[in-house]
Design a protein around this ligand. Structure first.
Ligand code: BJW
Length: 233
């Protein structure tokens, strides 16, 4: 696909882009929501009800991520190369909380649903790196209140991060590419319509048919590691 005909590209990635790196998706067979109830582990109410359960959910995922053989795959690398070589403006918006895009070399990345390797003070919103032995009883590093730190994750009902920048970029985009996302979670699922409303061309890369496939101009069905290097070449 000749990408240099475009001036501003916005790419949205979801769990499918990291699936081939060994990170489980949410809604596929064997996905995380088969084992956990999202109301329990991905809402503020769930966290208030049972912080230990929620911390355990993220601790396990952090452990799997840090101790497993999890590395960026060909799709992550292809997107980093695209950003490096593209003459126009490029924004990568990811719903993923892993840092595989950064490990692959991507620079302009927004983690709209937070980051697994970070914690946040709910009072000041200060974000710090997660420390291995951190528990819910740790003192907050910025205000020293106990039991104050929480995972730096956007749960259901909470406002995703970086939305001003994302919508600003979508309002100027002439190419929008969504990769490995089921299109079930808003506001990310609405980004394609936002981009289309200003005339952007839109491409979806997915192994299956997403909930929002009918909004895209072009569907590239297949594994992210095979399709993405091909379309950004
Ligand atoms: C491959 C592949 C391979 C596999 N190659 N592809 C009613 C109507 C509309 C909206 C709402 C509603 N009720 C509530 C809402 C809002 C709510 C929402 O959308 N709910 C829906 C369930 C209906 N959204 C929110 O609450 C959000 N906040 C919000 O809306 O704030 C208010 C607001 C208002 C107006 C404007 C702006 C804001 C917050 C959402 C927070 C989501 N949090 C989670 C968990 C935290 C992170 C974590 O623990 O990791 O984020 S949920 C989970 O889903 C996670 C993901 O980022 C997110 C999206 O999932 P994703 O990435 O799409 O993964 P899957 O598993 O669903 O799909 C994987 C895809 O990959 C599949 O399609 C496969 O086919 C594909 N695939 N292998 C290519 N190799």
């Amino acid at each position: 696909m000749p990408l240099n005909q475009y001036k501003k590209i916005v790419v949205l990635t979801g769990a499918g882009v990291s699936a081939e790196s060994g990170i489980r998706t949410f809604r596929d067979k064997d996905g995380l929501w088969e084992k956990y109830k999202l109301e329990d582990v991905a809402t503020l109410d769930g966290y208030k009800r049972d912080p230990a359960l929620v911390l355990d959910f993220y601790n396990k995922r952090r452990q799997d991520f840090c101790t497993g053989d999890v590395k960026p795959n060909a799709a992550h690398y292809a997107l980093a190369e695209l950003e490096k070589n593209f003459d126009g403006e490029f924004l990568l918006v990811t719903q993923n909380i892993d840092n595989l895009h950064e490990q692959a070399g991507s620079k302009n990345v927004i983690h709209m649903h937070g980051e697994l390797l970070k914690a946040r003070c709910p009072q000041t919103n200060q974000v710090i790196n997660w420390v291995d032995d951190m528990t819910e009883n740790d003192l907050c590093h910025c205000c020293q209140y106990p039991e104050n730190l929480r995972p730096h994750i956007v749960w259901f009902g909470e406002m995703p991060l970086g939305l001003d920048i994302i919508y600003h970029n979508l309002s100027q985009a002439d190419l929008f590419i969504a990769i490995g996302t089921s299109g079930t979670v808003y506001p990310a699922a609405g980004f394609v319509e936002e981009a289309k409303s200003v005339g952007a061309y839109s491409v979806e890369v997915n192994l299956e048919t997403s909930e929002i496939h009918s909004h895209f101009d072009k569907i590239e069905q297949g594994k992210a590691t095979q399709v993405v290097p091909h379309i950004v070449d």
